[in-house]
Design a protein around this ligand. Structure first.
Ligand code: GLU
Length: 340
């Protein structure tokens, strides 16, 4: 493990021991109170705009907003549009990285993808040229996520897809596989020239492990899976519960791999705002250009939110504010209560 990842993993684990295992859990009415307060506070916030580089995302109603907490024993506290299905986009990335860890062990992520934050936009081609050793840099930027898809052990494209969909559905505790929003897939796949360039560059550098166009199709389908804010919260709660889904009780990943995955989410989950996010909220998280965000309080619970308007870095403005407020109110930042 690289020193930075080892440090972050130790911090996350240490926090679990110190804060998670020993801290009194907030009472149900406190969970509901902070969710309601964050929802009320940011419901009127008009900052940012829907993603438009995937044309169809401009059509998602911008006023949608939902906030959810899911605990490691499966309790849900929510406000707003928490059942609306939007495209998961980059929030899918840590979960496919988890599948790769489960199939091949955690070292493979470090060796074949990388675990460094880039400090560059999520779709950066420049990062591939700068980080000459790993190229794809980390599994939460597009290059690393396309590489992760290509690393999933599968016998065919269909098998690769089935495994990825089943894994994400298992994290969400969905009794039937989640559904792809086909119009989102079509809209993104037909305009994904930048991602295609990334896939081809990686292949050129021998850092992509399947046919590039196959990886592109499966990656784009993965990003087009429809999820609700509630689904995201359960996915996060599965990480908080050390890999066991709180609803279905199914083990979805190895408990030992969770700290390393959370470490990558802590250092790279918020695009090139990851430092700012950890500084102000202190929680491992992953965001997506569909407007979803999930943050994990290790060993305890997850906070998810959805709203389509994004800031310059690609992070949902209402969602990030809501989650940051809740983390601050409950005092659950992994480095200690955050006084924001
Ligand atoms: N499917 C999107 C892309 O590849 C995901 C981006 C994101 O949510 O960060 O551009």
């Amino acid at each position: 493990m690289k020193p930075t990842v080892a440090l972050a993993a130790m911090l996350a684990l240490g926090t679990f021991v110190l804060a998670g295992a020993n801290a009194a859990e907030p009472r149900p009415k406190d969970f509901q109170r902070v969710v309601d307060a964050a929802y009320a506070k940011y419901k009127g916030l008009q900052e940012g705009k829907n993603a438009d580089y995937i044309p169809i995302l401009t059509r998602t109603p911008s006023e949608l907003f939902g906030v959810v907490i899911a605990t490691r024993d499966g309790k849900i506290y929510s406000a707003g549009d928490v059942d609306y299905k939007f495209s998961i986009q980059s929030v899918s990335k840590p979960f496919t990285a988890a599948l790769v860890m489960t199939q091949q062990g955690p070292k493979v992520l470090d060796e074949k993808i990388g675990v460094e934050p880039t400090g560059l936009p999520f779709n950066s081609r420049l990062a591939l040229e700068i980080y000459k050793d790993k190229r794809s840099v980390n599994p939460l930027v597009n290059a690393g996520a396309i590489a992760a898809v290509s690393l999933v052990q599968a016998t065919s494209e269909q098998d690769r897809w089935n495994k990825i969909l089943q894994n994400i559905s298992d994290f969400a505790g969905s009794p039937v596989p989640l559904t792809v929003l086909e119009d989102v897939y079509e809209s993104e796949y037909s305009t994904a020239f930048g991602n295609r360039a990334i896939a081809n560059l990686l292949y050129n550098y021998e850092r992509l492990y399947s046919d590039p166009e196959e990886a592109m199709r499966v990656y784009t389908r993965q990003c087009s899976i429809g999820v609700s804010a509630k689904d995201l919260a359960i996915m996060g709660a599965t990480l908080a519960n050390l890999g066991v889904n709180p609803l279905t009780k199914k083990r979805v990943m190895n408990a030992n791999d969770v700290p390393e995955l959370l470490a990558i989410m802590a250092t790279a989950g918020f695009y090139d705002e990851s430092g700012e996010w950890m500084y102000t909220a202190g929680l491992p998280a992953k965001t997506g250009v569909g407007g979803g965000i999930v943050a994990v309080v290790p060993g305890r619970f997850a906070i998810a939110a959805f709203s389509p308007r994004l800031n310059e870095a690609g992070n949902s403005v209402r969602s990030l504010n809501a989650i940051r407020d809740i983390a601050g109110e409950l005092g659950v930042g992994v480095f200690g209560p955050n006084p924001n």
